[in-house]
Design a protein around this ligand. Sequence first.
Ligand code: NDP
Length: 399
Amino acid sequence: MSTDPQLITVLGATGSIGVSTLDVISRHPDRYKVFALTADRRWQLLATQCLVHQPRYAVLKDYAAALELEAELRRQGCPTEVLQGDEALELVAAHDQVDTVMAAIVGAAGLLPTLAAVKAGKKILLANKEVLVMAGGLFTRAVAEHGATLLPIDSEHNAIFQCLPSHRENYLQDGLQTCGVRKILLTASGGPFRNTPIVDLRKVTPEQACAHPNWSMGQKISVDSATMLNKGLELIEACWLFNTRPHNVQVVVHPQSVIHSMVEYVDGSVLAQLGNPDMRTPIAHALAWPDRIESGVATLDLIAIARLDFSAPDYTRFPCLRLAQEAAEISGTAPAILNAANEVAVAAFLQRRIRFDQIAVVIEQVLSRLDSCEPEDLAHVQSADADARAMANQLIASW
Ligand code: NDP
């Protein structure tokens, strides 16, 4: 008996995760159909994606780009309806025809559309980790309240999810430690500057920072990986996704990026998930969960890889990781402050307004000047985010 394909909205369709998602979807036309595609302003790529996938809606945040897209699709005879702006992003994330939402907008901009999908009780494939970093408590409570399903796309969290007991209600209710888990081993490649002399980090260019040795990703996450702030964001993300505390998550540097993360149980067993570094594996896993589907990822050739290395992170080289761990321990609005200061600092670095090593300085100074408190609602988180952005911008402008 054939069933109708699931309808999918891809938030951030033109990004690295969005493109990989569409690749997996296009391998399974019997199972999945694109309902809506969204982007910020890259209308040409979105137009190409619309011609291939024929979604009902295409949304651009940028008004001028939406006009260009509209004109192009009419010229090509594509029936996709073009919408524009923040409300339209929320509309296609929460639309009652949608089954699954891929949340792959980068940064804080993804918070409201992803939350709209949660409140509509959707199955959410979460790549946009900043959402959990900013508002993890409010977000996970909303997931439970609205009966949404949250599945991790970050390769590390998807790996942990695969290694954890399948009855996740147990750890979501009572905490990971009640399920016989001793700790999570969160692996990190160490990025492109793992062995660069520390004195040379001040000379790093955006091009060098974006050239990750193992993964092909968007610019922001590439810089986050180079500073290892990304691993700190992932540690916070892991605490919310798996209901545990920061001291139960150990960061392990593993340069080959073959083991995507591990879970250690109290009996001494350590379960790991391995695979080639290709985001189509976690995307296919989460799309089909609990089934398995083909993703297009090549077989892992362990004999060619031959060795797997592990070491402790170097906090002198990567102060951003320490700052994120501290923010995770403080909790409250501290992670939202950390995230906002980082987004401003990374944008300034990509525009060559600050040096690579100054990203950590911006975050440290903003964190030390703003107090953290327990957020009561979303407005509280948004105000902490806005204060941190204003302070980071002020600081950078004063240099
Ligand atoms: P990209 O920068 O490649 O893509 C970001 C997407 O979001 C683009 O479609 C972009 O549109 C859109 N976008 C950017 N700003 C806005 C905005 N203000 N409003 C609406 N849409 C916006 O990012 P990635 O795909 O690399 O990453 C996406 C998320 O997934 C991030 O949170 C990242 O941390 C996470 N992630 C990524 C991984 C990867 O391998 N890339 C791995 C694990 C997690 P436009 O093209 O028009 O700019």
